[in-house]
Write a protein that binds this ligand. Sequence first.
Ligand SMILES: N[C@@H](CCOP(=O)(O)O)C(=O)O
Length: 462
Amino acid sequence: MKYMSTRGKVKGINFQDAVLMGLADDGGLLIPEEIPFMSINEIEALKDKSYQELALAIMKKYISDIGETTLEKIVFKSYEAFDDERVVPVIKLGDFYLSELFHGPTYAFKDVALQFLGNLFEYILDQRNDYLNIIGATSGDTGSAAIYGVRGKKGIKIFILHPKGRVSRMQELQMTTVLDDNVFNIAVEGTFDDCQYIVKEIFSDVEFKREHHLGSINSINWARVLAQIVYYFYSYFQTDAADSMSKVNIVVPTGNFGNILAGFYAKRMGLPINKLVIATNENNILYRFVKEGDYSIKNVVQTYSPSMDIQIASNFERFLFYLFEEDADKVRKSMEQLKVEKKIFFNDELMEKVREVFDATSTSNERNLEVIKEIYEKYKYIVDPHTACGIDAVLKLKNIYDEPFIAMSTAHPAKFIDSVVKAIGVKPEIPRGLRELEDKEKRVYELDANVNLVKKFIEKNL
Ligand SMILES: N[C@@H](CCOP(=O)(O)O)C(=O)O
């Protein structure tokens, strides 16, 4: 499998180079040159595989420059630190399924891909006798998952930018209490969008990127999306729908569009998905897009689900590429339009195509807490505020569609204790990895939201 850029100037590169390149050198995002399609019989044959076996079966369709035995080792190693042997267990709450994606070391769905990416980087760098300086932006969960994915790995340094005061206390502590010499946490005066903008600007300086061997852990990096495709299949196989290989709807709490994009690839690969439902909070650009064709950037507001406090969803560009029938010029022009006019225009014909695949909901802050409460009172089960946005979508849509729903549960509620306590007056059980973080020594650097300042900081610490 070869990879190319959504903006058309980078083509024909292999998987390992795509992983190291992160953001494509023309400013676009790397995607596979084709999406492997599987017949329903082929998909059904994967049904009884373990998570790791399934990951191998799917990933090898996209990776032709790593031998199967090596890939198998990387995959198996990546899921050793999960606290459930199924990696992604699926439970049933009443009439819908909940896919628990938070059983990794930092208790969010990001671990599923970042444990894999950390091991992948280690393998590639070792083969090439090379080193890597990772730059990433986080609205809360990616940061710690990336740090845990690469801490202690030879030849890797990691610089993580988070918006100061806009992540939960637990998310902040998960990052800032990691004191390894190769870890640099930067609290930026601004929003996540500012952090992501800085990271993308730094990667767009191709000279700087090459000179300093910069790499990406955000879902800009194709390997992130690839590893996430697996749990759409695995979650589906754990539902009754898999008995007859019939369709399901899948709800995904979404900020940066990376998680749901993996679902889009799973659907294109043939997985029987009816609708992918984008569950947003009050930062609802993706909801406005699906419902009204309005893709215009507004100011970010702070919500109880901070990981989704995002307006500029970086993976939207990958979706645009397919929406525009693989026309890289149209993608480039639209991204240019977004930069200048802060919006992209979509005609009715395009929106019809969008709505064939996606539906969307938006959950207010107030409703978010209500959902946490409703679920707790009904099932004695505590969900985090991001998952609650997803469950709100299930509750709003389940009478409209015939197919059963799977909601992706993206984080452990203990990462958002304050909001959970506000909703139900009860503290969720704190898992071992999150206990006593407050008492630990912390290290964080503070910088203004300025590309050059961040570049200087990185150069000083290489
Ligand atoms: N919600 C994310 C934002 C970054 O998204 P990514 O999928 O591109 O890493 C976070 O928690 O940091």
